[in-house]
Design a protein around this ligand. Sequence first.
Ligand code: PEP
Length: 248
Amino acid sequence: MRRKLIAGNWKMNGSLAANAALLAGIKAELAQPACDVVVCAPAPYLAQCKAELTGSPIVWGAQDMSVHEFGAYTGEVSTAMLLDFGCKYVIIGHSERRAYHGESNELVARKTARALSAGLTPIVCVGETLAEREAGQTDAVVGQQINAVLETLDASALAKIVVAYEPVWAIGTGKTATPQLAQEVHAVLRAKLATKNPMAADNVKILYGGSMNPDNAKELLAMPDIDGGLIGGAALKAEDFLTIIQVA
Ligand code: PEP
């Protein structure tokens, strides 16, 4: 049985004061969560996460990282820096990185390999646009996205990744995939993972992301291949995030 994982993606939101209130609100109600919980903060706030969350059941992570190890890459943040600030997870290939920062399947695959070699757990995001869904290309698109990652991994490394299925048309739009529709894609993704390593594929957590909220979380999380959520907007409100964690 896969333990569920609820991951908050704060995106480019927050401030020292707002984060302190949010983290205090979450911590106060989460003595022993029955699922894994992670918050992925903007890089400048990772030190704050470390200070506020050390010793709590909540772990923290980043929203992106450099594919390079160190050196003359202005503006980039390395895996070693994330480790210095206690990160355990890093989101890779979020659709906003793919769309606004030109991240290709190949770069996402290389970043995934680098995260793994540093000992970070990558949350690898895949998902189709509305136009791709309407053209019947969903399985092909997510298949290409995940295959690019699988091609660079050893079969044994598969057990160390988390996958997030995030239909682009559902992110931040209030439109959620129906549980059945999400389950279909999650099953396709698990079948792809199984071609690499059938045993490990059974244990890989596949999260759903895209307007998950306290009202729709229960039905989504009840699906057999939905192992948790990658939560954007609802992760910025302690009450909503806690409700989703409780449902999980
Ligand atoms: C996300 O940013 O990964 C996300 C799923 O956002 P939202 O929950 O706001 O749709």
